[in-house]
Design a protein around this ligand. Structure first.
Ligand SMILES: [Zn+2]
Length: 195
């Protein structure tokens, strides 16, 4: 019998008819007095209402709180940014992008309150569309995963010049364009990739 929160497959017993009613995606196998799942999904048991149901798996849950990821910003608003997670940093040297490359990116969200230990009122002041970030998962649950870039190790690791699109280099507290000379201030990680 599948356990609460486990993934179950079609036909797998998920409860007995004396104890539970069939909820979403569950059918009654009267002959054997059991309830079975109709689909691949996550088993949920409500022990108050005595209902068992199976939630379809849309995107397998891959990330947990504390996991370090790389992704790029594909949407920026004043108080929230949207991140496409491309890589999970696992093992090896910190700040060197390596690990599990995702063929289909995972969705992440970055609230303004998670950007820095200093208050950020407007995300446009610290990040831009297309910036590549090193971030960590700050809450259980998702997708979308809630990300944070608080701390010196996290923030932008690669960004382009807003004027000529060249890759910016990190010089002290600024990101500087080697071609047009623009200086941009961002919440950059100590692991910024181009110095
Ligand atoms: Zn430039």
């Amino acid at each position: 019998m599948g356990e609460e929160g486990n993934t179950v497959v079609p036909g797998e017993p998920v409860g007995v008819i004396e104890e539970y009613l069939a909820g979403k995606n569950v059918y009654v196998d009267a002959e054997n007095s059991v309830l079975r799942s109709k689909i691949i999904g996550l088993l949920l048991r409500d022990n108050v209402k005595h209902v068992v149901e199976v939630d379809p798996v849309k995107e397998p849950r891959l990330l947990s709180k504390g996991d370090v990821v790389y992704g790029y910003l594909d949407g920026v608003r004043e108080t929230i940014a949207f991140v496409k997670i491309m890589l999970i940093e696992k093992g090896g040297e910190k700040g060197v992008p390596h690990g599990i490359l995702l063929l289909r990116p995972y969705s992440g969200i970055l609230p303004a309150s998670n950007i820095s230990s200093d208050p950020v009122r407007n995300i446009f002041n610290v990040y831009s569309y297309g910036d590549v970030l090193r971030a960590y998962v700050s809450e259980e649950g998702g997708p979308p995963y809630v990300l944070s870039t608080r701390g010196r190790e996290y923030g932008v690791v690669l960004a382009r010049c807003p004027h000529c699109m060249s890759i910016l280099r990190k010089k002290g507290n600024y990101l500087v364009c080697p071609y047009c000379g623009s200086r941009v201030r961002k919440k950059a990680s100590i692991y910024y990739l181009v110095k």
